[in-house]
Design a protein around this ligand. Structure first.
Ligand SMILES: *Cc1c(COP(=O)(O)O)cnc(C)c1O
Length: 457
């Protein structure tokens, strides 16, 4: 087994794809703190969550006990269109860096939406269809989630209403057109189609909108339209659960060739790809079967895990979604307007936040010019043009590989390459023109939003 020649790209057979998602919470001795209703501050129940989310997804959200949850056959069939995704040995990057480290990346950009988000979008659309709903609503910023969801909805013949942050709607017409091609209706947010949208427009005429505002509009639209529910593409535990296919496939591919990783690295926005990639390995770690280092990489301009507080906070600026105990910068926190690297959510998934608090998950942050440098270095030798979000993980992997170069250690590093960067060329353009600036918030600036954390506990 150990002598088996390792291919450049490790593809699993369709029959080797996971048939169940892995629920890391079942193996966590201390469970993440419960979500709290934003009005009553009582722990959220399935009944309460089911008013906003699909019933089975609400159940998954609160499931702390089942280690494996079977993947329905319809979803597995859809996964087959773009999964299993390859685990690729970064030989050329290793050579360029002159490192003795062995670097592997799991590439999730091999589908039209261009990212890992389709793994959860198809699951969420499936449960909506199964519940007999007419459609779903959501928000999107740059558009990756909206694109993935519109693909998933068209597959199951569901209506898809996307509220897209107005500046993105105007400045990023390409993703918008992909969504419309898949049949979604895309509304620039804030809009006059919701009460909250009208209120925000009256208070801030001409505003370009924000993700928090788009969430509020999407939730209102779901709650006030018969047969609709709201769906979310990151942060929630149900999304991490669906994304565990990334980690399960990685685990199976590595086991097949007897490769033992030392360090597993992912970029962290709301935590879904990172959680999905590392959770099966965290499970081994929690059960005392193996030891790994897990590293989250985040932008220096939105540093929730490295500079935030572990506390209850609102998940959205509109304060309608349940409160979550997590690493947060405060729901009012806004990264600098020149920030081009994505991953701009103020909080972090609750399970990952707890792992961070327990010291199991490490976290680092890098400036966006470092991120784009890493992206360029990677693109030039490995061929793939990475999304700026994914490039955070690349940057983290390069740093660890260069440490190995100093010490001479032959560590095995695995990182998640979440997607491609074809729709992020304005960011690349600014980098190429030398116009991309770094912005690191001061402690005083961070304190402003952190001082407004709700008083719970
Ligand atoms: C959305 C996105 C991310 C960040 O989301 P997580 O939930 O933190 O995984 C990372 N990479 C790409 C390509 C994305 O589209």
């Amino acid at each position: 087994m150990a002598n088996k020649e390792i291919p450049y790209k490790i593809y699993l057979d369709e029959s080797e794809m996971p048939t169940a998602w892995y629920n890391m919470r079942a193996d966590m001795k201390e469970k993440p703190a419960p979500l709290l209703d934003s009005k009553t501050l009582q722990p959220a129940s399935i009944e309460m969550l089911s008013q906003v989310f699909c019933k089975e997804l609400a159940e998954q959200e609160l499931n702390d006990t089942d280690r494996y949850i079977p993947i329905p056959e319809e979803i597995r069939n859809f996964y087959k269109m773009f999964r299993p995704s390859p685990l690729i040995r970064a030989y050329y990057l290793e050579k360029k860096l002159g490192t003795p480290a062995k670097i592997y990346y799991k590439f999730e950009g091999n589908n039209t939406s261009g990212s890992h988000k389709l793994n959860s979008a198809i699951a969420q659309a499936y449960y909506a269809k199964k519940q007999g709903l007419k459609g779903v609503t959501t928000e999107t910023g740059a558009g990756q989630w909206g694109t993935a969801l519109s693909m998933a909805c068209s597959y199951f013949d569901l209506d898809c209403k996307v509220f897209m942050v107005k500046v993105s709607y105007e400045q990023k017409p390409f993703r918008r057109e992909v969504m419309r091609t898949y049949g979604a209706s895309v509304t620039p947010s804030p809009s006059t189609t919701t009460e909250i949208g009208k209120k925000i427009l009256a208070e801030h005429p001409g505003t370009g909108g924000s993700l928090g505002c788009a969430v509020s509009e999407a939730v209102e639209c779901a709650v006030t339209n018969e047969g609709y529910r709201y769906v979310l593409g990151s942060v929630l535990n149900q999304v991490l659960l669906h994304q565990s296919v990334i980690g399960l496939e990685t685990q199976a591919a590595l086991q097949k060739y007897d490769i033992k990783p030392d360090i597993i690295i992912g970029c962290a926005g709301g935590g879904s790809n990172l959680g999905g990639l590392i959770s099966p390995f965290v499970g081994e770690h929690l059960r005392g079967e193996a030891n790994y280092r897990f590293i989250a990489v985040e932008p220096a301009s939105c540093p929730s895990l490295t500079r935030g507080k572990y506390a209850y906070d609102y998940a959205d600026t509109g304060m309608i979604c349940p409160l979550a105990k997590m690493y947060t910068l405060g729901a009012d926190y806004m990264p600098a307007p020149n920030h081009a690297g994505g991953l701009r959510y103020h909080g972090m998934n609750t399970s990952l936040s707890l792992l961070r608090e327990q010291g199991i998950l490490e976290a680092v942050s890098y400036k966006q010019t470092e991120i784009f440098e890493a992206a360029e270095q990677f693109a030039r030798v490995e061929g793939i043009l990475p999304a700026p979000e994914s490039s955070h993980a690349i940057c983290g992997a390069i740093h660890e590989a260069l440490k190995c170069k100093e010490t001479g250690e032959e560590k095995t590093i695995v990182f998640g390459l979440t997607g491609t960067g074809y729709f992020d060329l304005v960011g690349y353009q600014r980098f190429n023109d030398g116009e991309l600036e770094d912005y690191i918030p001061t402690d005083e600036e961070l304190a402003k939003a952190l001082n407004k954390l709700p008083k719970v506990d």
